[in-house]
Design a protein around this ligand. Structure first.
Ligand SMILES: Cc1ncc(COP(=O)(O)O)c(C=O)c1O
Length: 452
């Protein structure tokens, strides 16, 4: 039988397993929708990044927004990760998971006074400052607390990362970062801000980025900026290159971590700086699948709809970014295209899908491999509650469990209770063991805090 795998998710005797445990058993025991994480994949990805960036001192700050459940943060902390946060709530999570505030950097354009106080009191490594107004505010708050705030300026390098418009952050039309002219002025005036210590320069281009050249272009601009603006008052000893490394969702060509490192490291090395990076997706993305049960298969005379019990509240990426998640039954006589995403067979699966989509989504017949097209949709009352359009899968039966792959990053962390749907449970598998890392929400938890 063909072997099909992605990371530590693999088909064994026609059944999807996460490490040593059958996904079908997990769905039976814990119910659906269910996020299933592989601990081994998290550790493997983190260590692969560490190895790729080993040549210079590098702090890997896992991007908490990508996957913020405490047990996930704990695994990464245990392996040496620092954290990249964007809110007081994320800082709270980092501390609860035993993370070190001294290895925590704080990005985001709208840090409130209360959040700045919280971060100063916990003595985080640095704020990634996104505007002059924010810097002035941090100065005032730090002065009132009798502290010195350590900061990096987040530059907006105006480089196009060629990714989805909604996840591009480093172009001048985006709200993120500071333009170079304003950054020069800020550094020139920094002497008037005695409670600020400017430690470095930061950037984040967008996500996911499948080409290393935007990193090279941005780092070259940063290199020139730092050589011109460094001084004893502003030592600029850290460069933070952000995150954004791509992962395989289907058959994309993904640069190796070494290729990203090759685009970034030489500039940092020439400056003699320490490096910070903020990967999220590349660590967590392929560390989880979302299991969901087929509730009904519906034929409207024009096309089929496979209606599942997960909705856009559980995994919003397809609705929000038109993103692709490979989907396949966890029990399947016909395993998915071998090696799921990287093989020759997978190539032809994806190619055929693209070709047919150009014309029509509604091919109603089984194809030669016994696959049939349907829209895979959730139960939410929105037409955008759709995980896949015209997707070729084996014709499903009511009660079948499907896996939506590559769901670990921006999956559960973006989940909501829209349509008053309790959020899914999360389990983590470690070899032959598994444990619930977040209990399924209940109707009671849905109204927690509400007042009649
Ligand atoms: C400032 C910042 N750093 C890091 C990341 C993580 O990006 P990724 O998950 O693609 O590595 C993001 C995500 O958008 C971000 O906004």
């Amino acid at each position: 039988m063909r072997q099909s795998s992605i990371g530590h998710f693999h088909y064994h005797s026609g059944i999807l397993h996460c490490e040593g445990i059958s996904a079908e058993l997990l769905a039976k025991e814990f119910g659906t929708p269910l996020y299933v994480y592989s601990r081994a994949t998290l550790v493997q990805q983190f260590q692969a990044i560490r190895t790729a960036f080993m040549e210079i001192p590098t702090t890997i700050c896992f991007s908490v927004k990508s996957c913020s459940t405490l047990a996930i943060l704990d695994v990464l902390r245990e392996n040496g990760a620092g954290f990249d946060i964007v809110s007081g709530g994320e800082l709270f999570r980092v501390v609860k998971a035993g993370g070190d505030p001294r290895k925590t950097v704080y990005s985001g354009v709208g840090k409130t006074d209360a959040e700045i106080v919280q971060a100063l009191e916990l003595d985080i490594l640095m704020f990634n400052v996104e505007s002059e107004a924010e810097l002035d505010n941090i100065q005032n708050i730090a002065a009132s607390l009798g502290r010195v705030a350590t900061v990096a300026l987040r530059l907006n390098p105006d480089v196009d990362p060629h990714t989805h418009a909604k996840t591009t952050t480093g172009k001048k039309e985006n709200k993120f970062g500071i333009d170079f002219a304003s950054a020069s002025r800020i550094i020139h005036n920094i002497a008037q801000q005695p409670n600020i210590r400017l430690l470095g320069i930061d950037l984040h281009l967008g996500s996911p980025i499948y080409d290393v050249n935007p990193y090279r272009q941005a780092m070259e601009k940063v290199y020139e900026f730092v050589t011109q603006h460094r001084s004893p008052r502003s030592p600029l000893e850290y460069i933070n290159a952000g995150g954004g490394y791509g992962i395989v969702y289907r058959n994309q060509k993904v640069p190796s971590f070494a290729a990203y490192a090759d685009a970034i490291i030489p500039w940092v090395k020439k400056l003699g700086c320490r490096l910070i990076i903020e990967p999220g997706r590349s660590i967590a993305g392929n560390a989880a699948v979302l299991l969901t049960k087929v509730i009904y298969d519906k034929d409207n005379g024009h096309k089929y709809f496979t209606i599942v019990d997960a909705g856009m509240n559980d995994l919003v990426r397809p609705a929000m970014y038109d993103s692709y998640h490979f989907c396949w039954p966890v029990r399947s006589a016909e395993p998915p295209p071998a090696d799921l995403f990287s093989s020759h067979l997978a190539e032809s699966y994806f190619h055929r899908e693209d070709e047919e989509k150009k014309t029509d989504f509604s091919h109603r017949d089984l194809d030669v491999s016994g696959l049939r097209r349907s829209d895979i949709v959730g139960p939410i009352c929105e037409s955008s509650d759709c995980f896949a359009k015209g997707r070729r899968i084996p014709p499903p039966n009511r009660g079948d469990i499907l896996a939506l792959f590559s769901a670990g990053a921006y999956g559960f962390s973006m989940a909501s209770t829209y349509n008053s749907r309790p959020r899914a449970a999360e389990v983590m598998v470690d070899g032959d063991h598994c444990r619930v890392i977040r209990a399924r929400e209940t109707y009671a938890s849905l109204i927690n805090g509400e007042i009649l």
